[in-house]
Structures are given as C-alpha cells and as structure tokens.
Write a protein that binds this ligand. Structure first.
Ligand code: BG6
Length: 524
C-alpha cells in the first residue's frame, strides 16, 4: 500500500540561511581530471543556474596539461552537457579560466599572480576556495606551496577567507592518515580543512538525522529494547570501470567503508546533540566510532567477509571478472565486496548487530538502510496463525527511488483472520515535486558558506581508520583467499553465512521498494 501522496499536505519550513555565499574564487587542482568533469563542473553550473552562487565568482582550473582557457571552457561545456544534461550559458563559461602548473615553486608563483589578477577582475575580495581533486600523494605539496605563496591566510586574518577541500581517499590506513593530517596542519588550521565525503551531501542521508530527531515517535523505539538489528547496504552493478589503477590499491573496504558506510552508520546510531552545530554534531558522530567494539584478530573472519567479482551476467550482458579487467593483476586479491557485522558498545545499542555490505557488480544498484524491529512478545492470534508475524521494518531508501517505507501487519479484508504485510511509503519525487539537490552541489555551497557540519573532522577520520586498519593488516597476512562471487549475484555465499548464522537474513527493497526480498528475489 502507498499512502495517497496528494492527501499529504507538505508544509515546508525554510532554514534561515538561503542567501548566496560571499564573493569568491574557486580554484580546482586536477582540472583536467575525471572528477572535475563528471561532478564538480556540472554541480557548479547547477548552482549557478539556480542563482545560488555569488554574483562575483570565477573558476580557475589548474593541472599539468597544457590547456588554454578556451580548451578548458570547451571541455567544461561538453562535460556539463554530458553529465548535467543541459545547455550551458555563456556567462558561466566566461568565468572559467585555466593555468597549467608543473607543481614547482615558480609555477605556484605564476599561479598566485594569475589568481590575484582574477580576484581583481571579478572583485572577489580575496576569498578563495581551493579544491584538491588530485591523488592524496599531492595534498601535502600543494598545501605547502599555497602556504608559501601566502594564499592560506593565518589565524586572525579577517579581511578574507581561504579554505581547502580534500577529496578522498584520505590516507590508506591509520598511520598514513595521521601522517597526512600532521603534514596538512603545518600549513592549515583544522577549520580551513574540508575533507569531503559526497554521501553526506545526499538529501536522503541528511534526512536520516531530520527524520530521527524532528519526530517524537521514533526516539523511544530507537534502541536495543525495540530494534533487532540494522542493515546498511550499498550495491553497485558497475564494475571497476576505468579506475583499476586506484582501485587495485584501495579495494572496497577503503573505497566504501572507511568513509561512506561508516558515515551512514554514525547517522543511524548517534545520540542527539543538544544543538545542531557543527562541533556538537560531529562530537556525537565521533562517539559512535569510539564505541565500536574491537574484534580480536583471530575472530575477524567471523565478522568481516571479503569478496571479488568473477565473470557473470548483469541484466543480460556478459561481463568479465575483476581479474580480467584492464590494468588488474591476474592474481589480484583486492576485494570488490565486503560484508561485516559490528557492535556498538553503549547503553543504547548493546547487543544490537549492525550488518553492512557493499560491493561492485552485484545484481542491483541501490543504497538502503533497513531497521528491523523485534518480534511481538506474544501473539494473541496464535490459534489462528501459527507462523510468526513479519517484523516491522523501517527502510531509508538512500538511492534510487529516494524515500522511506515502513512495513507493518494489517488485517486483510474478509471474515477470516488473515494478516498481510503492508508498506507505508514516503517518496521524495511525488511528495516534494522537485529535483533533489545533488550531493556535490550541496557540499560545495556549504564550503563557500564556511559550514563544516557535513565534512569529516580529523578525529572522525582517525577513529574510522582505527577500526579498519586491523582488518586490512589481517587480510595482508591472511592465507584465506578472497571469496569469488559471480557478477550479477548478491555477493559471496560467505556473506550470507555471516547473517544466516545469527538466524537473520539480508533483505533488500531494491529494485522494488514495495516488496522486500530475501536478497535473491524471493518475496518476504
Ligand atoms: C565513490 C567510490 O566514493 O563512491 C566509488 O570511490 C563508488 O567506487 C561511489 O562507486 C559510489 O557513490 P554513489 O554516489 O554512486 O553511491
């Protein structure tokens, strides 16, 4: 069943800060790269079109390629058309500039001169946002050069602001993340560092917090007394695509868990802060990670399963296995799938398992969070119905078909006592009749406003690596090979055993959000 969306009166409460940010320049390092063209430029153009950017604004692209302004504008126009699917205005393109840089001090000197000229021309008053869409190995050098050129303003400099955004991956284990943070702090204060996790910019991810803490009825149930377990899942049908060079060294645990999956976990499990201010909110998220129960090294295989896709069929298309992809080692042990079971040792969650799974080349595409409530304690219908009732399930559909559904039991019409599982459904598209703001749009805007709430603070990076690093170390030493699964399946059978062993099942509302299946298409 779906509630009649027309009958739903949507009262929108606007937040107080809808103003465009102050004038600024936007400098992108890695301007010829994939991320810039797939995500950043289309997002900036959408913001421009929606008049959310300041009137005084320019974009300066920087990379090693010897492009001109014209070439950058031409490439940007093509990418915005391809990934934003829209006609690009001349006004926007005329604000795009390009400088090639070889990374040397003299290159950065020239860059600083070009930047200052643009600041004058566009009257941006020295406010500048640097976006580092480059490999992490370049983060330290760029930060140091920006500092040397006086482009990172010291504490107490109030005339203008400078901020630096860092793309993931932020380190590859605890040690390297610590070293990177220490290096960046030589040139930057924490409040100028914006570590981005694009999941936090998704409307549906932000809504987890709103839904939990702007409604009275959930909070009394949101704990070990009523919740049996929580499943957090991100499935992809895509394979490694053209990113094997990066992915071979990363793998699914670093690529999806240390950041996106753990961020979803903290939002589901955190306590309400007294106020929704960046630091109070981030403190509560950190508390969740601090409370993760460490798993003994010899127990890790019972809590974490890694898999890798073998050849198979997605839709009707035959696809190669990971090891057959270009640039992938034929004996690669890199995981493209991870499933894990976690416990949060605090008063609220003691004993409640959190099951997480994510992988590439799976049967469906989607991200969802399922909160499964406990069984009723006693059935008064036992003489009519011997089977157990289905448990209530609250499902956050992060993507696609963004929304929330709630499954409950109801009487089927007729003289007999028959019950059916019903789904109440809230759907963004039909309720709000508006296109959801893209994750990058939201986060870029927040950086310009100087709002760090949806970014990753240093201690949060540190705490998630603290949990992940022992698993990585264990796999490095482990003789147990990565478990293979056919492309187009739900992952390796070992991942099924992880949850079946506890008498539970993976469930999924993807692809049909009215019908939860057991992950193999069998209706539940
Ligand atoms: C990225 C990962 O951070 O997130 C990719 O590097 C992954 O491997 C992507 O495909 C998933 O993001 P989304 O928004 O498509 O769920």
């Amino acid at each position: 069943m779906t509630t009649s969306q027309d009958a739903l009166k949507v009262q929108v409460h606007h937040s107080s800060d809808d103003r465009p940010p102050s004038p600024c320049g936007f400098v992108i390092f890695g301007a010829a790269g994939d991320l810039t063209h797939r995500k950043l430029l289309p997002a900036l153009f959408d913001l421009f079109r929606a008049q959310r950017l300041p009137k005084n604004f320019f974009i300066l692209g920087v990379s090693r390629d010897s492009w001109t302004d014209e070439r950058f504008r031409k490439e940007a126009k093509a990418s915005i058309k391809e990934f934003g699917n829209t006609a690009v205005s001349k006004d926007f393109l005329s604000r795009l500039y390009y400088r090639s840089s070889d990374g040397t001090t003299s290159g950065f000197k020239e860059l600083a001169i070009a930047l200052h000229a643009l600041e004058k021309r566009h009257k941006t008053g020295g406010n500048v946002l640097f976006y580092l869409a480059v490999p992490p190995s370049a983060f330290g050098d760029i930060a140091s050069q920006l500092h040397q050129q006086g482009l990172i303003y010291p504490a107490g400099h109030t005339e203008a602001w400078s901020r630096v955004v860092f793309e993931k991956p932020f380190g590859r284990d605890l040690e390297s993340a610590n070293a990177l943070n220490a290096e960046l702090h030589r040139f930057l204060r924490e409040e100028n560092i914006y570590r981005i996790d694009h999941y936090l910019g998704k409307e549906t991810v932000q809504n987890i917090l709103m839904f939990r803490f702007a409604n009275t009825i959930l909070e009394p149930l949101w704990n070990r007394n009523y919740i049996d377990h929580i499943q957090i899942m991100a499935y992809e049908t895509l394979g490694v695509e053209h990113r094997a060079g990066y992915y071979e060294k990363a793998g699914a645990l670093r690529d999806m868990f240390q950041n996106h999956m753990f961020q979803l976990l903290t939002l589901c499990a955190m306590e309400p802060p007294a106020h929704f201010t960046a630091d109070q909110y981030l403190d509560e998220k950190a508390q969740v990670l601090l409370s993760l129960r460490p798993v003994a090294q010899n127990q890790l295989d019972n809590f974490v399963v890694r898999g890798q896709y073998a050849k198979g069929t997605i839709g009707r298309k035959k696809v190669p296995g990971y090891r057959q992809e270009p640039e992938v080692d034929r004996k690669s042990q890199t995981e493209t799938f991870v499933a894990m079971k976690l416990f949060i040792d605090n008063w609220r969650w003691h004993g409640v398992p959190f099951y997480l799974r994510s992988g590439k080349r799976l049967i469906s595409q989607g991200t969802e969070i399922l909160v499964q409530f406990k069984q009723i304690p006693h059935s008064i219908f036992a003489s009519f119905r011997h089977q157990q009732f289905a448990s209530n399930i609250l499902c956050f559909r992060i993507q696609p078909d963004e929304g929330i559904s709630f499954r409950f039991e109801a009487k089927q019409p007729g003289p007999e006592i028959n019950l059916a599982s019903i789904n109440f459904n809230f759907d963004y598209k039909t309720t709000f009749h508006t296109k959801l703001m893209g994750a990058y749009e939201r986060l870029l805007l927040d950086c310009m406003h100087g709002d760090r709430t949806l970014f990753i603070r240093e201690d949060i990076v540190d705490l998630s690596w603290k949990f992940i690093t022992p698993i990585l170390k264990h796999w490095e030493k482990s003789k147990r090979p990565v478990a293979l699964y056919p492309a187009g399946s739900w992952g390796p059978k070992e991942a099924m055993a992880l949850i079946h062993g506890d008498g539970r099942k993976w469930r999924s509302y993807v692809p049909n959000y009215n019908i939860p299946t057991d992950g193999y298409g069998k209706e539940l």
